[in-house]
Write a protein that binds this ligand. Structure first.
Ligand SMILES: Cc1cc2nc3c(=O)[nH]c(=O)nc-3n(C[C@H](O)[C@H](O)[C@H](O)COP(=O)(O)OP(=O)(O)OC[C@H]3O[C@@H](n4cnc5c(N)ncnc54)[C@H](O)[C@@H]3O)c2cc1C
Length: 283
């Protein structure tokens, strides 16, 4: 089966628009909000780690978002039918979304995209996350913990106040390494030294990342020295339709020497780290 067929198989399912009630909506810190929607039980049950929804952020008097906003699924549960999101309040769409009150309603489209290539037979996985990448990786951590797979996590943030390790682990046990811009421990050199030490001591079956292009490029370089480790990245490319039609999210990938433009929303958002082309020169 070709890699494109594998991608398609990992995201081959019907997509529809769903009207959901806001079951819970609260700030977790100064920048992030947690949103729990009540959806149909089979929708939540069919949602896999790494997948995302397009959120129709309801307009307010001052804010009128036109495009839907892509958000990774942060979790499902605790009740059957709950779909959770953890999002950074930044621009027009997320500021409008932040105004939505408990008991209100909103529309979501999905689940969209593929899922991580996680195998329950894995013994040890490593997760490297920064910023909103924590929300994307959290369900994978839950899946690994439920399968009894050992987890090593490297969490990167600007400052200790910005790191949401509790929201990331949600009770899962992991060997946790927190690095910060504020003390220099999140610099490429420091993270590379930390990762090399961890990989040399006990290389994982797979390494997953999300949230930082700088870390992605570092991991791609590092993985060249650890060919036995599978590497995957969940890409957060700006996108409009989220369904593969508008092509605004295409990125170049190198599949064994074959350079291809692929849609992050449709063939991704999860891709092998080794296939990402960092810099593209247009002639
Ligand atoms: C797969 C995926 C998962 C994500 N998961 C999360 C998450 O879990 N938590 C989180 O906080 N953030 C997540 N993000 C990022 C999140 O989608 C953005 O932060 C959010 O869209 C910003 O919206 P805004 O209205 O606040 O910002 P604004 O900057 O006002 O609006 C950005 C909007 O414009 C669109 N847009 C802008 N430029 C272009 C362009 N050139 N082409 C096409 N569309 C454009 C964007 O798609 C988006 O809808 C994710 C992104 C992706 C792609």
């Amino acid at each position: 089966m070709s890699k494109n067929d594998q991608c398609f198989q990992r995201n081959a399912q019907s997509v529809a628009s769903h009207r959901c009630e806001v079951a819970e909506h609260r700030w977790v810190n100064a920048r992030y909000k947690y949103l729990r929607l009540a959806a149909e039980a089979d929708l939540a049950g069919a949602t896999r780690p790494g997948q995302f929804y397009q959120l129709r952020c309801p307009g307010t008097d001052a804010l009128q978002p036109f495009l839907l906003r892509p958000m990774s699924v942060y979790g499902t549960g605790p009740e059957a039918g709950s779909i959770e999101f953890l999002y950074n309040v930044t621009g027009v769409g997320t500021r409008a979304l932040a105004a939505l009150e408990q008991g209100g309603h909103m529309e979501i489209v999905g689940p969209l995209g593929n899922t991580f290539g996680f195998e329950p037979g894995f013994r040890h996985v490593m997760v490297v996350a920064r910023g909103v990448g924590l929300a994307t990786m959290a369900p994978l951590v839950r899946q690994a913990a439920a399968a009894g797979v050992r987890i090593t996590a490297i969490l990167s943030a600007r400052r200790p106040e910005d790191l949401m390790s509790e929201q990331f682990l949600r009770g899962a046990e992991a060997g946790l390494h927190c690095v910060y811009d504020s003390d220099g421990s999140a610099s490429v050199e420091s993270v590379e030294a930390l990762l090399r030490r961890l990989l040399d001591a006990d290389a994982p079956d797979a390494l997953y990342t999300c949230g930082s292009h700088r870390l992605l490029m570092l991991l791609q370089r590092l993985l060249a020295d650890y060919p036995q480790v599978r590497g995957e990245v969940a890409m957060e490319q700006r996108m409009a339709c989220g369904m593969g039609v508008c092509l605004s999210c295409v990125r170049m990938f190198d599949r064994e020497g074959d350079k291809q433009f692929l849609r992050v929303c449709r063939e991704g958002p999860v891709f092998p780290i080794r296939e990402v082309v960092g810099e593209v020169e247009f002639g």
